[in-house]
Design a protein around this ligand. Structure first.
Ligand SMILES: [Zn+2]
Length: 386
C-alpha cells in the first residue's frame, strides 16, 4: 500500500498569520491557499488548462455529488478522479456530510450514519463514516475529509454538544477505516483531515480538539496531518464567526495546516488568515462570477448595471487574467445579457484569478512581515466601485 507523502513546513509567521508549504505526492501547495470548488469534478465552465494558467494548486471534489453522478462504477474504471477529469495535481474531497445534512426531510441521522433519498431519483442511500472514506479512497483523493455532522445554526447548547460528540465518534471510525483500507486499485490513498466541531461554543470546540488528540494517542500515535474547522459560515452573523476564529485559533495545533471549510468573502478570508488559517474553499467566486458579481482590488463590480453597457475598460486594468487582458466590461455585460456561456467562463476566470491573487499577496505580505498593513489597506474589497 502506497501512502501519500504529506509534509507541512511553516516558512514565515507574522503575528498569528502564517505562510507554509504542504508537500503532497501530486504537488506542492503554498499556504495560505484558496482551493477552487469542482463539485462534480469540474470547476464550472473551466477546463484543466484554465485552472493551470490561473495557478490553482489544488481543487475540491464533492463526494456526495460524485457518488450519485457519475457514480463510482464510472470513476473506478478510470482508477480515480484524477484520470477521469485529467487534473493531475492534488484534489481534496469533502466527506459528503454537509450535502447530506442539507437535504432536510429527505434524511435521517442515526449512530451508524445517515440514510437519505437521492434528490435526483428518490433512491434510498446510506452514508456511514466508513462508506464516506471508502468513496474518497475510490476517488483517489489526496486529502480526505472525515464524515461529520454539520450542526445547524442556531442550535441550543446541548444539541451542539451531542452533535459534536457524534462527529468525534465518527472521526474515530473514519480514522480506523482509513488506516485499515485502501482503494480497489491499490494506489495511494490520501491523508485524512478530521473536523473540529462545537458550534459557537469555545469549550465544546476545545473538547473537540482534545478528543481528536485522544484518537491519535490511542492509535499508535499516527497523527492527523492536518485539521479542519467545520460548522462556521452556516448562517451566523459575521461578528460571531470572527469571534469564534479569534478564540479558537490560539488553541489549535500549530504544526498542522488548518483548513476553514466553506469560507468565504474576501474579507472573511483575510480575517481568518490574520488568525492563522492556512486553507480555504468556497463556491462564492465562481457562483458570483456567473451572476455578474466581480471582485477587484478596487471593490466589487456589478456587471449587470446599465452603466457598463458601453464601458470600454477591462474589469480591472491592473488584473493580468485572460479576461482582463482581452475583453471589455461592455462585451462581458453583453455576454451576460444574452446568457452566453463564454461570459460565465471569462468571469469565472477573473474571479478565481482574484481569489488566488488575494491569497498569494497575503502570503507575500506575511513573508515580508507586513500582513497587518496589507489587511488594513484592503478593508474596502466588498464595497461596490462607484
Ligand atoms: Zn481579471
Amino acid at each position: 500500500m502506497n501512502n501519500t507523502t504529506f509534509n507541512f513546513t511553516l516558512n514565515a509567521q507574522n503575528n498569528n498569520a502564517r505562510s507554509g508549504t504542504i508537500q503532497l505526492s501530486r504537488g506542492e501547495i503554498n499556504t495560505p491557499i484558496f482551493m477552487p470548488v469542482g463539485t462534480y469534478g469540474a470547476v464550472k465552465s473551466l477546463d484543466v488548462q484554465d485552472l493551470k494558467e490561473l495557478g490553482a494548486q489544488i481543487i475540491l471534489g464533492n463526494t456526495f455529488h460524485l457518488n450519485l453522478r457519475p457514480g463510482l462504477d464510472v470513476i473506478s474504471r478510470f482508477k480515480g478522479l484524477h484520470n477521469f477529469n485529467n487534473w493531475q495535481a492534488p484534489i481534496l474531497t469533502d466527506s459528503g456530510g454537509f450535502q447530506v445534512f442539507s437535504l432536510g426531510k429527505l434524511r435521517k441521522i442515526t449512530e451508524n450514519g445517515v440514510e437519505f433519498r437521492s434528490p435526483i431519483n428518490g433512491d434510498k442511500h446510506t452514508i456511514t463514516p466508513e462508506k464516506s472514506i471508502d468513496i474518497q479512497h475510490q476517488l483517489g483523493s489526496d486529502i480526505i475529509m472525515a464524515f461529520d455532522e454539520c450542526t445547524p445554526y442556531p442550535s441550543d447548547y446541548s444539541t451542539v454538544e451531542q452533535s459534536m460528540h457524534l462527529s468525534m465518534r465518527w472521526a474515530k471510525r473514519c480514522y480506523d477505516y482509513h488506516h485499515q483500507n485502501t482503494n480497489d486499485y491499490g494506489t495511494r490513498r490520501g491523508v485524512l483531515f478530521p473536523i473540529v466541531q462545537g458550534g459557537m461554543h469555545l469549550d465544546l470546540r476545545k473538547n473537540s480538539i482534545d478528543m481528536l488528540h485522544e484518537i491519535e494517542q490511542s492509535r499508535s500515535n499516527t497523527t492527523f496531518p492536518g485539521i479542519a474547522i467545520g460548522g462556521l459560515s452556516v448562517g451566523e452573523p459575521m461578528e460571531k464567526m470572527y469571534q469564534v476564529l479569534n478564540e479558537l485559533m490560539p488553541i489549535m495545533p500549530t504544526e498542522k495546516p488548518r483548513y476553514l471549510m466553506g469560507v468565504g468573502q474576501p474579507l472573511d478570508i483575510l480575517h481568518a488568515i490574520s488568525c492563522g488559517v492556512d486553507m480555504f474553499d468556497c463556491v462564492l467566486p465562481s457562483r458570483n462570477a456567473r451572476n455578474g458579481h466581480l471582485f477587484t482590488w478596487k471593490g466589487v463590480i456589478k456587471l449587470r448595471n446599465a452603466r457598463y453597457k458601453t464601458d470600454e475598460n477591462p474589469i480591472d486594468s491592473d488584473c493580468s487574467c485572460l479576461c482582463c487582458r482581452n475583453y471589455s466590461r461592455a462585451y462581458l455585460h453583453h455576454l451576460d445579457k444574452i446568457n452566453e456561456s463564454l461570459g460565465d467562463r471569462l468571469c469565472t476566470i477573473h474571479n478565481l484569478h482574484f481569489y488566488l491573487d488575494l491569497v498569494k499577496q497575503a502570503r507575500n505580505a506575511i513573508i515580508e512581515q507586513n500582513f497587518e498593513q496589507f489587511h488594513h489597506q484592503n478593508k474596502h474589497l466588498h464595497t461596490p466601485i462607484s
